[in-house]
Design a protein around this ligand. Structure first.
Ligand SMILES: *Cc1c(COP(=O)(O)O)cnc(C)c1O
Length: 334
């Protein structure tokens, strides 16, 4: 299969599986798992935080992050397109009694600072208490600049708000910006990152923050059913991913750009390659039934998510040669 549906479909490599199979383990609920502890220390150091917590998913990392920052009757400001607003089952509201205050994202993925400022509630019994601004980087494949994040942080300081980053793909942002992951994370009180997407680990995410923050988050992780036992086998795969699969993300970005460029040359595909920043390509179609095309390509072992626009995601399971095979298959199918 050549699978463009998501970077979540990545498979652990033989080398990663070997490291996982040999990982020393213990009961992580007791804090006894050496591989989980090693991952958490390694990641905290790498991303520039005091502490880190290994979680079962990015959804759980965001949820317990939001529940640690915000109490019942508090709110977080986020993008209308934010994953932790749309795609996480409303967890913060459902489980945390925390209200989201979404703001329409601008075309570049940012939140207009004037709109953010207007959404911050005054201290008045009519209103929930605004506690947090949550950004996402990358968002739909788009990168928020360091300059922009610094401006949001300045506003947060001024209004005494905390800052959270949904950094499921923060490494893609760092690689694209040509800066360290620590530089991307420096503006935030907490960050979540996904290990199970482009980095290629089979399972897991991390939540990072101050020591006290992570202590509280650890309670919420237990409450939400995320206290895992011999999780070290998963943590070892995750650490392998952080050590080996970060710098290669540029290949995925180059491949996405190449895919967009070649698709733009096919009649009926509306895509601007110059707008592809990381590993996602969004394609509008004109007079092409993308659902029919998806069916035909699936018969040839090629998967993508049809829609308007259609999304194509590159990752470590897709080579330049796979893209050429796909382009030929598309032309044949059309
Ligand atoms: C995938 C994703 C998540 C959630 O990760 P899961 O591990 O699938 O729960 C959170 N935020 C963003 C931006 C994501 O892309």
């Amino acid at each position: 299969m050549i699978d463009f549906r998501s970077d979540t479909v990545t498979q652990p490599s033989a080398e990663m599986r070997k490291v996982m199979s040999q990982a020393p383990v213990g009961d992580d609920v007791y804090g006894d798992d050496p591989s989980v502890n090693a991952l958490q220390e390694y990641a905290a150091d790498l991303l520039g935080f005091d502490a880190a917590l290994f979680t079962s998913s990015g959804t759980q990392a965001n949820l317990i992050g939001l529940m640690t920052h915000c109490q019942r009757g508090d709110e977080y400001i986020c993008g209308q397109q934010a994953h932790n607003y749309i795609y996480e089952g409303g967890g913060a509201a459902v489980l945390g009694s925390v209200q989201a205050q979404p703001i329409e994202n601008s075309a570049d993925g940012t939140l207009d600072l004037t709109k953010v400022e207007r959404a911050i509630k005054a201290d008045d019994i009519h209103f929930v208490k605004t506690k947090l601004i949550s950004l996402e980087n990358t968002i739909n494949g788009k990168v928020l600049s360091l300059d922009y994040m610094a401006k949001v942080q300045a506003l947060a300081f001024e209004r005494n708000l905390r800052m959270h980053l949904d950094g499921a793909r923060a490494f893609n942002a760092a690689v694209k910006l040509g800066v360290s992951i620590e530089q991307v994370c420096q503006y935030f009180d907490s960050v979540s990152i996904c290990l199970s997407k482009g980095l290629g680990a089979p399972v897991g995410s991390l939540l990072l923050g101050s020591r006290g923050f992570i202590e509280t988050a650890k309670r919420w992780r237990k409450t939400t059913g995320g206290g895992m036992r011999q999780a070290g086998m998963l943590a070892a795969g995750a650490q392998y991913a952080l050590e080996h699969n970060v710098t290669r993300l540029t290949e995925d970005h180059d491949n996405a750009h190449y895919l967009a460029l070649k698709l733009s040359e096919i009649k009926g595909f509306d895509v601007d390659p110059s707008r592809v920043q990381t590993n996602m390509v969004f394609v509008k179609s004109i007079n092409i039934d993308m659902y029919k095309l998806a069916q035909r390509l699936q018969n040839k072992g090629i998967l993508f998510t049809p829609g308007q626009p259609t999304r194509w995601v590159t990752h470590l399971g897709i080579s330049r040669a796979d893209i050429d095979v796909t382009l030929t298959a598309i032309k044949e199918a059309l």
